[in-house]
Write a new protein. Sequence first.
Lengths: 373, 311, 254
Amino acid sequence: MELFSDYTLRVVALGSGVLGAAAGALGSFAYLRRQSLVGDALSHAALPGIAVAFLLTGSKAPLTIMLGAALAGWLATLAVGLVVRRSRVPYDSALGMSLAVFFGIGLVLLTVIQKRPDAAQAGLESFLFGQAASLLREDVVAMSALGAACLLLLGLLWKEFKLLSFDSEFASSLGRSVGRLDGLFTLLLVIAVVIGLRTVGVVLMSAMVVAPAAAARQLTDRLAPMVALATAIGVFSGVTGAVLSSLIPRLPTGPTIVLVLSSVVAISLVFAPRRGLLWRWISLGRLAPSAALDPVLMHLYALAQQHPGEPDHGHGIAVLRTMSPAGVDLDQVLENLRSRGLVERVDEGLWAPTAIGRREAERHLASQNETAS
Amino acid sequence: MTMKTRVVSLFAIPLLLVACGGPLQDAAPADGPIRVVATTTIVGDLVRTVGGDSVDLTILMGAGVDPHLYKPSAGDVRTMATAQVVVYNGLHLEGKMTEVLEEMGGRGVEVVAVAEYLDPKALLPIEGFDELHDPHVWFDIELWQQAAACLRDELVRIDPDHADGYRARGDAFIAELAELDGWVEERIGSLPEARRVLVTAHDAFEYFGRAYGIEVRGLLGVSTAAEAGTADVQQLAAFIAERKLPAVFVESSVPPRYVEALTEAVAARGGEVTIGGSLYSDALGSPGGPAETYVGTVRTNVDTIVGALAE
Amino acid sequence: MARESSPALEVEDLTVAYSEQPVLWDIDLVVPTGDTMAIVGPNGAGKSTLIKAAMGLIPAVAGEVRVFGRPFAKGRGEIAYVPQRASLEWDFPTDVLDVVTMGTYGSLGWFRRPGAGERDRARAALEEVAMGAFERRPIAQLSGGQQQRVLLARALVQQAPILMLDEPFQGVDAPTERAIVAVLDRLSDEGKTVVVVHHDLQTVPEYFDSVLLLNVRAIDAGPVAEVFTEENLRLTFGGRVGVLAQIAAAESGG
């Protein structure tokens, strides 16, 4: 593509793409472990790490900054673990606390640093929202190396992380060291977060970890496709954000990437087949969560079976009432079923299942019979 | 102590600390120097030069500090509140201090914004913002002369006991600036026309460009609080390559990354541009060096620019 | 110590506490090899805790567990664990075969992937619990009974001599219950040892050889006929034993 013949765009797009890939892949597992907030905590905790790294070394080299950020993130997770183990504070409260405390310390350090004559030289404030357009070759090299290492390790440890995410107790019962696996996963997540700090910044990085996974989950029911999709969405957002920022002047790259990502998530939430809002609205007639088959439908179906060949033979509410537990608002239930196309009112006060309703009832019975064999 | 006593005393501690903080406004000593707080080193230099021994000066921002981003700490607020005069540049240069400075005015501290005394018609507008002006007025030495005159008059008004000193020093400084102005014109004039292009990290040098006939381009716009997009870097790199400029400049108070990214982009286009040096844009140089005063800074900057572009 | 002569599982002095409240107190238990044992007790008696602590999944304040006479750390591979299905997040993107295949991970290292051999073993286990047709079904679409059978299959794949199941009959439909009982019978015939946390007193005499009555302390343990008495039940459940349980106890001859 002509577009990519430009050096700056190549650099920024590559960096953003690497970031999107790592964040998407690792974010998928964080999402499945219900640990998306960890990404947020890690990125906010990175701020004091960056500040201290600068204070101690006076250097702004990418690896120094990343190391400081990674260590601070690591410390934050250790702090959370300590709080959870030694007190009654629940996990996500501890995570939120850690996020706020570390970030606050980071801001204080920034204020202290800004008095120094070489303060602005380090450009530490730029880590809040990123400065993607200022990515240098050395940055992108470091990011790509780390990103590749991350993804490689993820691939090698795939089944371990899958096991850990689905059933860590079972993993433990097999003799796996859950603590060590958890630590490894956190390390990879820290690396993914650290890669993105210069591009989208501390505040927006959490979006990169959460959003691709959330979008991907809507689109598939299997793990490998989900992670692949999340990675692809991450890369797509990164590169598109870079491209858009290169076409429109005065458009900051980091926030643009996050905006592209948010749009993808929104589209996925609405339009995804089967799990998307639009799909559910069309197929069920209303925005209900996955339908459990209503007992009233089953009753109507059973009644209808007494009259084979007469699909319009309706039964009255009084009969249904004797078959249902007390307290069920039959009128409302029947109305609901009717709006979903499962039953119809064949005459005054008489109801029968529709063809769709009969099919649904038969399917349900069939699956129950399967289990009985 | 009972539990209740303990809890109550815990609450008492912060209250006591606040109370012991001491009165916020001390009366000025009868015949001593007046306490003045300046925001940037550039403004501070002005105050020191015109004020001399009659002022006890505190400068909030050090050398190399970016005034667009500087957020005052609680200590700074205290320092300002206990001073008699606060002098700042104004026109939103100290972007994050606007509220605090307004509050100082409310507390009875004399607040002087030197750039805001200038005739608005002489000021440069900011692209896209009709009511706002570019605050980097000190780069036009003529304008800075006017600012010095205003400061001199204000100090005379606030502290009439030392009026003679202020007038003498003020006038001397204005004369020195006139000489400096002539020198800068000559030096810039010595550059071939094609080379009279100054590319820096942010749009600080517009006044300089207008006053001395040199084209000015910045990457970040008037305030460093903005973030440059990829397009901005690309466009500027294309411009530099096209005009075959030999040098671009980093600034002492802005991270060099953007300019470094710029040079890499120009190199990829086959151009050859180096970083010609570091300019003092929004702050003076470190104390003890040649650029520790306004005059020194101007000379150092111009030498750097002419040296790099003349090749 | 020869494996054949040692009981499958020995628990000694096991004590577990949460913030200094004892949840399990000084449990001594011997599970003979080939036994099918139920653990019963009221809510909060520590039944799940006992299994988890014995498996090393939660820390114990005191106590020792031996597997076939060897310390637990060495004998852990001999036990397959079936957790409560409610403790899992079933909205996970994977299918039935994949979950059952996870049972083979114990024999693979960290880096080896499951191959055709492992998957075949998983399929065999699925057939045994009558879930063979559901290989590719996403687990989010399973009913409660189906979930339970998948977890059981996962444990069967491990081909361990001892199985520990936590409330496998809780909230499952009749076909599932039949399937589980069939598996328990098969395991018993093969001389495997099974320990089950069970909530339904009425079925204890029918499904199990021996029983442990638990209420933070071990009230009594042993063959059902001897131990499952009305008196013991009253001690365990604190007088709140229902009619059905009394009938069950009477039927077992206590």
